[in-house]
Design a protein around this ligand. Structure first.
Ligand SMILES: [Zn+2]
Length: 282
């Protein structure tokens, strides 16, 4: 008998090669655990793969986009400028085409990464971010954001310093759709600004092995947070050090309930309903 969806892993990468050997087994384990899977693209190839998986599995959905650090890599490559411009043009045309697929539930992951980036790459990230926002506006689908501050908080050698503040300013100017900051790792102040602007944040299995996020989890209204694995990365306890997978999102939901001192079943139900609403999954 098919198990109803009780949890949604709103951000993971089961579309990545790390799962090529046993992907169907991993998906089956999630289905048996009642976990719905949203696979997130980081370039055109992985975005297409996410759609392919969503087309063939009832409990799966896709997010399509180009990760900010992929943009930097692309612009850092040597080459003819006009060639590069043409390549980028087709990139976004392709993304625009993928965005309208009925199982694509958001656009991303896109945004600003000041951590893995040289200052020179930031204008290209901003431009790409704005293109993703316009695609999301057109498709009327929410944004899945990847935003990271610089190595030191408020790093002054990087544009704006605070990537969250910069991302919020860009969203305020351009976005007409809901947005979620995935793997939120900013300050309580950043988080409150996100909520004021109508956004949400999601958390991973790191909650199970560090207290760094406890204050955020406690201060956020429950209807503003969502659960994710970001698999294959950051496996929660008791799977730490091994490849992560969507079924482990259950540990993330448990950790959120524990940190907040709330009933696990209540937290599970609220997170499920909020994720369904945010991504329009019915
Ligand atoms: Zn990710």
């Amino acid at each position: 008998m098919k198990k109803a969806i009780e949890y949604i892993d709103i951000h993971g990468h089961i579309n990545f090669p790390e799962y090529d050997a046993d992907r169907e087994e991993v998906i089956k384990r999630a289905a048996e655990a009642g976990v719905g899977i949203i696979s997130v693209g980081t370039d055109i190839e992985s975005s297409s793969k996410a759609i392919e998986l969503a087309e063939t599995h009832e409990n799966m959905w896709a997010v399509v986009g180009v990760h900010p650090t992929e943009i930097s890599n692309a612009t850092a490559r040597e080459g003819n400028r006009s060639e590069k411009a043409a390549e980028e043009m087709s990139y976004f045309q392709e993304l625009r085409r993928l965005a309208i697929h009925p199982k694509v539930v958001a656009i991303g992951e896109c945004g600003l990464d000041y951590f893995h980036t040289n200052e020179a790459d930031i204008p290209a990230q901003v431009e790409a971010f704005e293109k993703h926002i316009s695609i999301a506006n057109e498709a009327k689908k929410p944004l899945m954001l990847h935003v990271r501050n610089g190595k030191k908080k408020g790093d002054s050698n990087l544009t704006g310093g605070d990537a969250y503040k910069d991302a919020l300013a860009i969203l305020k100017k351009s976005s007409q759709v809901p947005f979620n900051f995935h793997f939120f790792a900013g300050s309580v102040e950043n988080m409150k600004e996100i909520f004021v602007q109508g956004g949400t944040v999601s958390f991973t299995g790191v909650l199970t092995f560090t207290h760094n996020y406890d204050e955020l989890i406690k201060q956020a209204p429950i209807d503003k947070i969502m659960s994710e694995t970001d698999c294959p990365y950051v496996s929660p306890v008791p799977h730490r050090g091994k490849r992560n997978e969507p079924a482990f999102v259950i540990e993330v939901v448990k950790a959120i309930a524990r940190i907040r001192g709330e009933d696990e079943e209540k937290v599970r139900m609220v997170l499920l309903e909020d994720a369904r609403g945010f991504f329009n999954i019915r």
